[in-house]
Design a protein around this ligand. Structure first.
Ligand code: GLC
Length: 733
């Protein structure tokens, strides 16, 4: 069965699935014809005369619904943050959200399920989204026989086929279907400090003070489990975090925003309001015999809200809003929401029994038994858990974290309609981007993870999740000085820039390795802050136009096939190419520069397109500015709203003509949705600068704009002008 969703998107139904979370952009229409022909039980699918899928066959394997077809030609990009190369071809992936804290090269599945990918070859590109939030496997020809296989537990699945010739259009179309990205507040683009292990209020204050004493910019302090009373969500520890609202205020007065953690599991404790309400109203996930399902997470015995239900989400959403009312925190990071379940009572009993039977004579059974215990932690308990109306957990698990985040967004939006919060989630499913951003979970202080995170943020971005980041410095393991610097250099060029680490690991604040490294890191953070106008403008324009901030090279230069093979460089916004260093001791880098001339920012050298080698000692981030672009900057500050901006800087790299759009708004409310923003077109040619008067109702203050214009032949001119809201045309000599 098929229907057109738009001119470029076809919805195909295989088997008899129920589409639990139909994308919001789903509207039926008539946009052409579809032809299905059959030969020897295999189908051929053509739309508007073009072959989309060949050799399609459908079969069943017990409870599984299987679909195979001829593998498409070209590279496969997408699937969110999966381990391994950015091109997903020749591997098999599982979609079933899991908390796997050791991201080895083969770890799969992890926390998110983003069953969307782009097929890209020299001639064509198209997108495929299998909208199924239950257990699913996809095999992109792991056996090299030219076959794509998909297998779901269930009765069938729905595919959205987005055909188009450009990656940009495919992403746009995918977001028309699944929803636009949420507007993060401007301070969310600053730097954030976090750690599991900031034991009390004094420790946090000491960290905060250090940032200000050392003038290292920082906007957000994240609070991990310690702030809670016995791991109970939406509470604070009266001893270690006493007078919590006042503590938040103290941080606010110093210019910090405060973002506490919230876990999906609710501590089982009579008298704890949230537990009592959840139990009384039957809001928790159930077992098959109708009891509340109980497992263990941080607090010990824990129950889990059934976020697939509207009433439960509304209830849970109010909890965030109540907590903000009490404490005035500025956002939330939603964690353990795959959901993670450390163990159940039955599993513990079974483990005990098996251990009781084992003795030294059992030889190799000893390690085998111990190893099998580690799988308990990874198990998703899909056989035991049921949702409302007997809906089995394995049919909807992958949407659980997204729905928790939806509750968060909706609860806050309802109570605080004009305040933007920073909302994050570890687990995700398409649609998450409407409610918050994501981080990639528990990475390690390993060199390999710098490259992996580079791949992750590009893959998340092309899957429509624009606000993404990773734990800078690495979450697990002990960081080393050079590794920390290189982690920062990548992190500064991602949307969400936060240092976070696990309890028991080496501390990794910017200053832990002494003055030299501290200064190098401080400069990286300063550089990030100088770019805030560029980053924020690009992000906000991006969420309106469905264009990510992080863009693989093929996004910008699709017709150059070399870019299809590059995963260790990317564009950060429209003007900057980043080629981070991800190996210990490396001081030079080979980079591919597509199509145009590039300015190597660290030295000011102008480079022709092609393969180049650049110097990149530890203090240097290989950054390039694209020909005919401008980067809008500001003077770094300790935090984003510290001072009114008196000056903006435009670094212009000019050949013929630079045309940019500069977006500004108040950065923290939703009034931009009513037109309170400022959008101005700035045009720079060799003989003039033109600034168009601002569109939109927001009036940025009168400022000095300092243009530094570098022409491709090397001439540099500097000119500074006072800009108010009027049109301007300045001739250049
Ligand atoms: C999970 C999160 C991590 C957090 C920890 C303790 O492992 O991924 O970021 O610090 O839980 O809350």
């Amino acid at each position: 069965m098929w229907t057109w969703v738009s001119k470029n998107t076809l919805r195909l139904v295989y088997g008899s699935p129920k589409e639990w979370f139909a994308p919001e952009g789903f509207k039926e229409g008539e946009h052409g014809n579809v032809e299905v022909t059959e030969e020897e039980g295999k189908f051929l699918l053509k739309a508007n005369g073009r072959i989309l899928q060949e050799d399609i066959s459908i079969s069943r394997d017990g409870e599984y619904f299987c679909l195979t077809m001829k593998m498409w030609r070209g590279n496969i990009f997408g699937l969110g943050d999966k381990m391994g190369p950015m091109n997903r071809r020749q591997r098999k992936y599982i979609f079933f959200n899991a908390d796997d804290p050791i991201h080895t090269p083969i770890a799969d599945p992890l926390y998110k399920s983003i069953p969307f990918f782009i097929v890209l070859d020299r001639k064509t590109s198209f997108g495929v989204f299998f909208n199924y939030p239950g257990y699913m496997e996809m095999d992109f020809d792991s056996e090299g026989k030219g076959v794509f296989k998909i297998k779901v537990r269930g009765e069938g699945l729905v595919e959205y086929f987005i055909f188009n010739s450009s990656v940009k259009e495919i992403i746009r179309e995918f977001l028309n279907l699944t929803g636009k990205n949420f507007p993060a507040p401007i301070w969310a683009f600053g730097y954030h400090q976090s750690r599991w292990g900031y034991t009390d209020r004094n420790v946090v204050m000491e960290i905060a003070r250090k940032f200000r004493e050392k003038s290292i910019p920082c906007d957000g302090i994240f609070l991990d489990l310690e702030h809670m009373d016995s791991f109970k969500n939406f509470t604070w520890d009266e001893e270690n975090f006493k007078e919590f609202p006042e503590f938040v205020k103290e941080l606010h007065d110093m210019g910090f925003k405060v973002v506490p953690i919230v876990d999906a599991g609710v501590k089982v404790e009579e008298g704890y309001e949230i537990f009592n309400e959840g139990k009384k109203n039957g809001y928790f996930l159930k077992t098959k015999d109708g009891k509340d399902f109980e497992g263990a997470v941080w607090p010990g015995r824990t129950r889990f809200p059934d976020f697939t239900r509207d009433d439960v989400r509304e209830w849970w959403g109010e909890k965030y809003a109540n907590f903000v009312e009490k404490t005035n925190v500025d956002g939330f990071w939603n964690d353990m929401n795959e959901p993670t379940i450390f163990a159940t009572q039955e599993e513990l009993d079974e483990m005990r029994e098996r251990m009781a039977d084992i003795d030294l004579d059992d030889g190799w059974m000893i390690p085998l038994t111990l190893l099998s215990f580690s799988n308990v932690f990874k198990s998703q308990r899909e056989e035991e858990i049921v949702h409302k109306d007997d809906l089995p957990h394995w049919k909807v698990r992958n949407a659980y974290g997204m729905l928790m985040t939806k509750a968060c967004w909706e609860g806050l939006k309802k109570r605080f309609p004009s305040r933007r919060f920073l909302i994050l989630s570890r687990s995700a499913y398409p649609g998450i981007q409407k409610y918050g951003g994501v981080w990639t979970g528990d990475n390690h202080s390993w060199w390999e993870h710098i490259l992996q995170e580079m791949i992750n943020i590009q893959s998340l971005s092309i899957c429509g999740i624009f606000f993404c980041g990773f734990d800078v410095g690495g979450f697990g393991g002990d960081v080393t000085p050079e590794l920390l610097v290189r982690f920062y250099q990548l992190g500064a060029f991602t949307p969400f820039f936060r240092n976070h680490s696990a309890i028991g690991t080496k501390r990794q604040e910017p200053w832990v390795f002494g003055e030299y490294y501290e200064n190098v890191i401080k400069e990286i953070i300063n550089l990030r802050y100088s770019l805030i106008p560029y980053i924020y403008s690009s992000y906000m324009l991006g969420i309106m136009k469905n264009v990510p901030l992080v863009r693989p090279l093929f996004f910008e230069f699709q017709d150059d096939p070399v870019t299809h093979t590059i995963e260790d460089e990317y564009m950060f916004g429209p003007s900057i190419l980043v080629a981070p260093i991800y190996r210990f001791g490396q001081e030079k880098r080979v980079v591919y520069l597509p199509k145009v001339r590039w300015l190597y920012i660290p030295t000011g050298e102008i480079m022709k397109p092609g393969w180049r080698v650049v110097d990149a000692p530890l203090e240097v981030i290989p950054l390039f500015q694209r020909e005919d672009t401008a980067v809008v900057k500001m003077d770094p500050q300790n935090f984003i709203f510290e001072k009114d901006l008196k000056r903006l800087y435009f670094d212009v790299f000019l050949n013929e003509r630079v045309e940019i759009e500069l977006y500004e708004d108040d950065g923290e409310s939703f009034s931009f949705e009513e037109g309170d923003f400022s959008l101005r077109r700035v045009l720079i040619t060799r003989d003039k600068i033109e600034v168009e008067s601002s569109r939109g109702g927001y009036k940025p203050p009168v400022r000095e704009w300092v243009f530094k214009i570098l022409e491709v032949e090397g001439r540099i001119r500097e000119i500074s002008i006072l800009v108010d809201e009027r049109d301007l045309k300045i001739p250049l000599r």
